[in-house]
Design a protein around this ligand. Structure first.
Ligand code: TLP
Length: 346
């Protein structure tokens, strides 16, 4: 990728090793459980997260929706962060397709939900009220700026869920970034959760695919949900092969993306006119000072036109530019970005 694309880590292309694995993948009909490459990926993913079973799904959105459809009945309520991806960016699939009601709790600046807010979001056992069935966290938290949640905090939420007989789901689209940030085994971040979705695309660079993990019985129901969503694919080992390379070779390098995000934030922070709002894991958010006489749109357009650098305006808050580092952004790219922004602002 010669373009420097910082809009998201979803833009990552597969690596040469992934393309080779895809070309050579053994395949079969996955609806019959006959695809050896998918079966191996699912077994490896379940093991890695410390759960009984796993199912390969098309996307993070599909993984989260399969989880909610498998865990909840129509009319159930779930407790979810008010800026969570599931609530804000998945078209309300839980309500559209599952008849599930979200009850939001405020996401704190560190990406957490306060236990007191979770307690007060539980409906009483009252025939007027939807039954509260589940609580969900997001790790790392996208809208909070890539904030990683710790194993200690996750354990507290797991304990809250157990105490209140609630199911606990984690949208762990970037859970390996959280594991890298805390230097812990991802199992520690998944412990206590009944289900976790994570993405093989994004920072791990697979061209597509996510995994949902949980108990055998839950995964059997999630497979049914995947089927009704039209997400059961056939010789999908060609995608799972890339996913396997992602799972086995791309996790341990995520710290480099975090270091590069830090370098990027440091470089940009030295430019007059740039205000860094936050830098966590592989995310950087920045805005322009009032005295700068170029608009955000004009800056982004000039970066694209003159330097082949792509950034995006963050839709969750006015005036913020959102950057994500990933495998295809190296240190030279960081230097080029800082130099380009510097020359456009001077
Ligand atoms: N997030 C995308 C966009 O949809 C906003 C991005 O560029 O960050 N959970 C989290 C926390 C996510 O950030 C995303 C994708 C998903 C789930 C959904 O994953 P996909 O795109 O595979 O459906």
């Amino acid at each position: 990728m010669k373009t420097i694309d910082l809009r998201s880590d979803t833009v990552t292309h597969p690596t040469p090793a992934m393309r080779e694995a895809m070309a050579n993948a053994a395949v079969g009909d996955d609806v019959y459980h006959d695809d050896p490459t998918v079966n191996q990926l699912e077994a490896d993913a379940a093991e890695l997260l410390g759960k009984e079973a796993a199912v390969f799904v098309a996307s993070g959105t599909q993984g989260n929706l399969c989880a909610l459809l498998a865990h909840c009945n129509r009319g159930d309520s779930i407790i979810i962060g008010d800026s969570s991806h599931i609530f804000s960016y998945e078209q309300g699939g839980m309500a559209q397709l599952g008849g599930i009601l979200p009850h939001t709790a405020p996401v704190q600046p560190d990406g957490s939900l306060r236990i007191c807010d979770l307690e007060s979001a539980i409906n009483p056992d009252d025939e007027h009220k939807p039954a509260t069935r589940l609580v969900a966290l997001e790790n790392t938290h996208n809208a909070a700026g890539g904030m990683p949640l710790s194993a200690e905090y996750t354990a507290e939420v797991a304990e809250f869920a157990r105490r209140n007989r609630l199911i606990f789901h984690i949208d762990g689209a970037r859970i390996f970034n959280a594991a890298a940030a805390y230097g812990v085994d991802v199992k520690d971040l998944a412990a206590g959760a009944d289900s976790v979705t994570f993405c093989l695309s994004k920072g791990l660079c697979a061209p597509a695919g996510s995994i949902l993990v949980g108990s055998q019985d839950f995964i059997r129901r999630a497979r049914r949900a995947r089927k009704v969503l039209g997400g059961s694919m056939r010789q999908v080992g060609v995608l799972a092969a890339a996913g396997s390379v992602a799972l086995h070779t791309m996790r341990d390098r995520l710290g480099e993306d975090h270091d590069n995000a830090q370098l990027l934030a440091e470089g940009l922070s030295e430019l007059p006119g740039v205000r860094i709002k936050s830098q966590n894991t592989n995310f950087v958010f920045f805005s322009l000072a009032d005295e700068v006489d170029i608009s955000l749109d004009a800056l982004l357009e000039a970066l694209r036109r003159d330097y082949d650098i792509f950034m995006s305006i963050y839709s969750g808050e006015r005036g913020l530019i959102r950057l994500r580092t990933h495998y295809w952004i190296n240190r030279q790219a960081i230097d080029k970005v800082v130099a380009a922004v510097s020359s456009l602002l001077s």
